[in-house]
Each structure stands twice: as C-alpha cells, then as structure tokens.
Design a protein around this ligand. Structure first.
Ligand code: TRP
Length: 350
C-alpha cells in the first residue's frame, strides 16, 4: 500500500524502536519455536532494543482450549522463554489477557478494518477450510486483535514467521487507515522482521513440511521437553537420502531432508550453512547424525532442565507474568486513552 509507505517516510524519527512479538500458548514447544522465534527474541533483547514478548492466550481461544491445559501451556511458554534466555528484567514478558488494553484497541480496529481485507486472510481460509459456518467469530477477527497487540505499544518491529506476513501487512493497513481517517500520525507503520529460510525448521520425517506440534508423528519434531535419549533417537531416525553431505550449498538443492538437518546444525551451532558444509562435506549421514544429536542435546537439554525446574514454582512464574503485565499496561494505557480521545469517546481527559 503506497499510502503506508508514504506515511512511514513522514514518520521517521517519531517512534523509538520497540520490538513486540507474541506466541500462542498452545502447548508442546518444539525446535521450530525455539530456532524460528524464541532464539531470535533473545538475540533482539540482547542487542539492547526495548523488547516486549507476549503469551497470546486470547488468540489461543479462537479454537477450543481446555482451561486447565491453557493455564499450564501459558506457564510452560513463560518457562520456555526464560529458560531460553529471555530475562524478565530486560524484556517485558506477560500474558495478553492481563493487559485488557489489547482487547479494547482490538474493538476499535474491528471498526477500522474492512470486511474485504479480512476476507482475503489466507490463514483463516486454511484454518476454517470447509468448516466456515462452524468456526468462531474470533478465528475470523483474530488479525485485528493481532494488530492491536502490536500497535497498543506503538511497536516498530515485529519478528514473525513467514506465515504471519499477511497479518503484518494488515496491521500496516489498519494503522495507515486509522491515521488517514482521523487525520493524525498516531500509529507507526510497523516493519515485519521475517524469519529467514535458515531458521525455518522442517519436519524430521518430511523436509517439505514445517515442523509442527499438530503433526501426528512425534518423531517428526524435537520437543523442548524431550530428554537426551529421545533427541538422539529422533535424529538417528530422521529421514535422509542415500547421498553423502555436499561441501557447498548448491549440493543441497532438491534434497529437503539433507538441507533441513544441515540448517538445524548451523542454527544450533550459530554458524553459517557454508561454514558447516566446509567442515562436514563428504561425510555420510551415519557420521553426521551423531554429531547433530550431540549438539542438539548440548543446546536443548539445559533449556528443558531449566524449564522443568521453573515449572515447579508456578507462584514465581505468575509473579513474573503479573509484573510484566503491569509494565506493559504502563505503556499501553496512555496509548489507549489517546486513541479513545482521537476517536471521540467522552471520558477523562476530553
Ligand atoms: N498470530 C501469531 C501466530 O499465530 C501470534 C501473534 C498474536 C503475534 N499476536 C501477535 C505475533 C503480535 C506477533 C505480533 O504465530
């Protein structure tokens, strides 16, 4: 949208850099969540930018969630964040429902977004499938709440997976339309920071499918709570092809499983794929897999150990989330109040 781009250049300098991202607490964190999202969140936190990370429980209930499992998954996600290196002092960590400003701004954005825009959302079409009449209204309007999650903090950068790109474009359109309709320059035009192919982790059973918690085969993924033996076994059984490892990237073409295992190695080792291939080129998978298993265990088992330690103290997790929510609301509340004022709601301050 050219309008959005123009607005962006007019806006330069007005909004301080602020990173926001969210993950649904739907249970079963796996390597794809870690390498594709959480590890990048940690890097951004440590680069010194202000970072806000949210467990989006209100998004999770767009499809049915058992209440006890939802509570557990929210705490487990928080434990996973902290065990992976997110520091509740440096980043704001909280669950979405504890900052009611998200849902309040979400309503305003329901009145800004157009049906035509929402009808184009491919994720809704995929998720609803043939079941359109039976899914919740929330599943349809979900992207306006996501826009609110981001814009209630005037966030400038949002790290997300490729599958969320369209929702980020919608967020930009909503900000631009709000600014245009009310004649203000109030919401920033947020930049998506899309994950690269190198951090996109694919299924261990099928290199053309994303690693996913909904894959019926547990052998298709490395869960963040898997123990060392399970990790080693799953890697040993991971699908490969009969050839050995190439010494250059071109040799991974049309070999999705080989590419995936090399990508995982590179991401876990914090090396480039070129570097890894320079070292392991010429090896057979029989030699490479044990190396990968050793590396995966070395990186993941301290995280899963720390997660289970943290999960033993729910009180502490709940205190961290409550403190994060308080700090989040201190930013969100004045932005919501100003939004209400711009829109013409009578209340304190108008
Ligand atoms: N929609 C995202 C997902 O399913 C989660 C999400 C909700 C999010 N609100 C967000 C991500 C805001 C980034 C920013 O993965």
């Amino acid at each position: 949208m050219t309008e959005a781009v123009q607005t962006q250049s007019q806006q330069e300098g007005k909004f301080a850099p602020r990173v926001f991202s969210g993950i649904q607490p739907s249970g079963d964190l796996h390597l794809g969540n870690y390498l594709g999202a959480i590890k990048r969140f940690v890097d951004m936190q440590n680069s010194g930018i202000e970072t806000i990370y949210c467990m989006v429980d209100l998004h999770a209930i767009t499809v049915w969630q058992d209440p006890a499992k939802l509570r557990r998954a929210t705490r487990e996600l928080c434990a996973g964040f902290i065990a992976s290196g997110l520091d509740p002092q440096k980043s704001i960590l909280f669950n979405q429902s504890q900052a009611p400003e998200h849902a309040q701004l979400g309503w305003i954005f329901n009145c800004v977004a157009r049906m035509g825009w929402m009808n184009r959302m491919t994720q809704f079409k995929d998720k609803a499938g043939k079941n359109r009449e039976k899914v919740s209204v929330g599943l349809f309007s979900y992207p306006t709440l996501m826009a609110a999650d981001i814009l209630i903090y005037h966030s400038t950068h949002v790290p997300v997976g490729e599958d969320q790109k369209q929702h980020l474009e919608l967020t930009r359109d909503i900000a631009a339309k709000f600014n245009h309709d009310y004649g203000v320059n109030f919401f920033p035009i947020t930049e998506p920071v899309i994950e690269g192919a190198a951090t996109r982790v694919m299924s261990l059973r099928d290199g053309s499918k994303k690693m996913s918690k909904s894959d019926p085969s547990d052998a298709s993924r490395l869960n963040m709570t898997d123990d060392a033996d399970t990790i080693a076994k799953k890697i040993r059984k991971a699908k490969t092809d009969p050839d050995g490892l190439p010494s250059e990237i071109a040799g991974l073409e049309d070999r999705p499983e080989a590419r995936n295992l090399v990508n995982i190695y590179a991401a876990l080792a914090d090396q480039s794929v070129e570097q890894v291939l320079a070292d392991v080129g010429g090896q057979q998978f029989g030699a490479f897999k044990p190396m990968l298993a050793e590396l995966a265990v070395a990186k993941l088992s301290p995280i899963s150990g720390e997660m289970s330690r943290l999960m033993q103290d729910e009180g502490e997790i709940d205190r961290i989330l409550a403190d994060g929510a308080m700090r989040a609301r201190a930013i969100a509340a004045p932005i919501l109040a100003k939004t209400y004022d711009i829109v013409g709601m009578v209340g304190a301050g108008s």
